[in-house]
Ligand binder design. Structure first.
Ligand code: UT7
Length: 333
């Protein structure tokens, strides 16, 4: 058995301003009843103007480092759809602000699957001896890319960040992460997209339409893709571990929509009370969603050392991914 990545710290952060469904209904043709019944979301948090994704990432990263015995990292991986700048990556600035100048630092872009991809990448850094301790952060400020006139996306997404610390350890100790399953289908790239702002738009030589600067999603098609892909990826990762869903204590799916999460649990045969999440409080925070759900569950004392946790996500790309881990013995946050 080779060495494994072991989870040793977790932390989350949401910006201070909670935005209720009622507040959105004041400016959009929607209602609290529609949003609750169709998505399970009651509120989300929006960053104040002037707050960047890196600000949220630093806050979550600080908490994760504090909760770990390591307290430091020699690599920082940031999963985000909303980087501070197109260039350079957000991770080096986050590392520097955390006092980790000199650490390897890079971003991972897999939209809502970003955290699972980043976790796999960070585990690889540890497995290959490139790093001993890695800080993995999912951080987003979707409020900055949402079309204020699009009710179908404006009611779903929120801002936030979640982070974990991984350290080198043994595959059979509590906190061990893996195996993983990752996949993509670029044929579906138009289903979840921001069309303008990249090389394609520059090549076309024309000014983008205002709506092309915003995040766009074909909700209905994405919905069923999300259930089917997360279920298949979950089964694949369980198969790799020689487990079935009976061997899982908690399912932590990407917090996209409560109806998606319920369909996924039904599809996998996971009881409702084992389906863990916080979508009512934070909405869909894309790459931050899974680590934020883990941080909130840890703060609530829901997860016990040795619990088997299945993480699964689906997002733009299209991308999907799943990971297994056993929960470590962490100090209460
Ligand atoms: O994070 C990456 C992955 N993302 C996801 O997984 C999100 C997946 N998709 C969804 O969560 C859902 O598809 C939505 C929440 C986006 C939409 O819910 P839906 O139940 O699929 O609604 P729909 O698109 O079928 O629309 C039903 C009706 C439509 O009106 P008509 O055509 O029936 O008159 C929409 O225009 O609901 C309308 N509608 C709304 N009404 C009130 C759409 N958004 C809203 C809204 N408030 N916010």
């Amino acid at each position: 058995m080779g060495r494994a990545a072991v989870l040793s710290g977790v932390g989350g952060h949401v910006p201070g301003r909670a935005v209720s469904n009622e507040e959105l209904a004041e400016r959009l043709d929607t209602s609290d009843e529609w949003i609750r019944s169709r998505t399970g979301i009651e509120r989300r948090h929006f960053a104040a103007p002037g707050t960047a994704t890196s600000d949220l990432a630093v806050a979550a990263g600080e908490r994760a480092l504090k909760s770990s015995r390591e307290g430091t990292a020699d690599a920082v991986v940031v999963a985000t759809t909303t980087p501070d700048r197109p260039c350079p990556a957000t991770a080096p600035a986050v590392a520097a602000r955390l006092g980790l100048t000199g650490a390897a630092a890079y971003d991972v872009g897999a939209v809502c699957t970003g955290f699972v991809y980043a976790l796999a990448s960070a585990s690889g850094l540890i497995a290959t001896g490139v790093a001993e301790r890695v800080l993995v952060i999912g951080a987003e400020t979707y409020s900055g890319i949402l079309d204020p006139l699009d009710r179908s996306t404006s009611v779903i997404f929120g801002d936030g960040a979640g982070a974990v610390v991984l350290r080198a350890g043994e595959p059979d100790e509590p906190g061990a992460v893996g195996p993983f399953d990752l996949g993509s289908d670029g044929g579906g790239r138009d289903l979840i997209t921001v069309r303008a702002g990249g090389a394609e738009q520059r090549l076309s030589g024309r000014e983008p339409a205002p709506a092309d600067r915003y995040f766009a999603m074909e909700g209905k098609e994405v919905f069923w893709n999300a259930v089917v892909r997360m279920a298949a990826s979950s089964r694949a990762v369980l198969g790799r571990a020689g487990l079935d869903t009976g061997g899982i204590d908690w399912l932590v799916g990407h917090q996209a929509n409560l109806r998606i999460l319920r369909s996924l649990a039904t599809e996998l045969g996971v009881p409702a009370e084992r389906n863990l999440g916080n979508i009512a409080e934070v909405g869909n925070t894309a790459a931050a969603s899974i680590p934020l759900a883990l941080a909130d569950a840890h703060a609530a004392g829901t997860l016990a050392a040795g619990d088997r946790v299945l993480l699964t996500a689906f997002g733009g790309g299209l991308t999907w991914g799943s990971a297994l881990l056993t929960w470590p013995d962490l100090a209460p946050s």
